[in-house]
Design a protein around this ligand. Structure first.
Ligand code: UT7
Length: 340
């Protein structure tokens, strides 16, 4: 889009002539090759396949043996562009949602931009942990709504395995690595119908990644190693309290009721959390697809990877009403209603 066109669009927004939203035109995902099932974990910590399946619904997860946040993100983005039938040169904005980027500087989104050859795109990272993809989607919507950009590539990519404490059975059973991406474009009808996002920084201590001082067995000094630490029960009750409330708020903005929604694509943290949310919304569990049994909790990648699976299986169809909701560290929580 040229400067004149952009200026006309901005003026038109000021005059209140156009109402814009974004529509997901293509999806893509990428998972590391190595899979680790519950039985393998039971050989590392005091746990069992039965306990993990019963308490979380997770059976297996993908773990990086060299894949990075950037390499997974690039693969997912390429697939999303191919699925949308667009090329990298047309992308105007790249947002990477991640809390596990290998490098703080330069940001992952700029590295993705370079690999894709998306030369005209502005690119930056956004960290809202497991709500990151939702917050990035909302950010892209705001840019388009303001008339600044016409399209965006949004990717959630995580390599959580490098931050997991593989001796802590309370957390190491939960997480997996992967990336999911969507390509969105401006639309004048449908798209995002209502959205909400909430943050509760005061509750942040229940799920964090702190550096711990560990004595190195190899050199005569201690090392600062970041590791995930979580009060699982607190996060569980936060999710059951906040997610249904956030979804109802987003639905109210879209003037819809829970039973008018075709699919609820939620953050894949724990099957019991998803069942609890379905119950609180009084919606049949069949409308809540899951893939956590195969991929675990991939933080910001969870929602876009599931969207990609549903899209490629032909389960998502144009005109469907879909609710997306992400929640987690921060504490953060977001929901949006979209017409697919
Ligand atoms: O993306 C957002 C991030 N995180 C989440 O969404 C996590 C939300 N929380 C959860 O999913 C659950 O709280 C967990 C799966 C983490 C834990 O399940 P829980 O049913 O809340 O278990 P608990 O923490 O209340 O622990 C119950 C028992 C404890 O033993 P005692 O004290 O009763 O003897 C734990 O030590 O289960 C024990 N336990 C385990 N046992 C076998 C905890 N982890 C394991 C394990 N295998 N992996």
């Amino acid at each position: 889009m040229g400067r004149t066109e952009r200026a006309v669009r901005l003026q038109s927004r000021k005059d209140g002539n156009t109402k814009m939203s974004i529509r997901i035109m293509g999806t893509g995902s990428a998972l590391p090759a190595r899979q680790v099932d519950n039985r393998e974990l039971a050989g590392m910590v005091d746990t069992s396949d039965e306990w993990i399946r019963e308490r979380t619904g997770i059976g297996s997860r993908h773990v990086s043996t060299g894949e990075t946040v950037v390499s997974l993100a690039v693969e997912a983005c390429e697939r999303a562009l191919e699925n949308a039938g667009r090329d990298a040169a047309s992308v105007e904005l790249i947002l990477a949602a991640t809390c596990t980027a290998e490098r703080g500087i330069p940001c992952a989104a700029c590295q993705v931009q370079s690999h894709l050859g998306a030369k005209q795109a502005a690119a930056f990272d956004l960290n809202a942990a497991c709500a990151g993809f939702l917050f990035a989607l909302h950010t892209a919507w705001a840019y388009v709504e303001a008339g600044i950009y016409d399209n965006a590539l949004i990717v959630g990519s995580e390599v959580l395995s490098k931050l997991v404490d593989w001796t802590d059975r309370g957390t190491c059973i939960l997480f997996g690595d992967g990336a999911g991406a969507v390509f969105v474009e401006r639309c004048s009808e449908g798209g995002i119908l209502g959205l909400v996002q909430h943050s509760d920084g005061a509750g942040g201590g229940v799920l964090c990644c702190d550096s711990r001082e560990l004595q190195s067995p190899f050199v005569n000094r201690s090392m600062e190693i970041p590791r995930i630490r979580m009060d699982g029960r607190e996060v569980f009750s936060f999710a059951l309290r906040q997610v249904p409330a956030g979804i109802l708020e987003a639905l109210e903005k879209a003037d819809l009721s829970p039973d008018e929604v075709d699919l609820y694509v939620l953050h894949q943290a724990n099957r019991r959390i998803i069942e609890g949310i379905a119950k609180r919304l009084a919606v049949d569990i069949s409308r809540f697809p899951v893939n956590l049994d195969r991929v675990g909790n991939m933080s910001s990648a969870a929602i876009p990877v599931l969207l990609d699976e549903l899209n490629r299986q032909g389960i998502l169809r144009r005109g469907m009403t879909v609710v997306l909701s992400g929640f987690g560290a921060g504490l953060s929580c977001g929901a949006c209603v979209i017409r697919w």
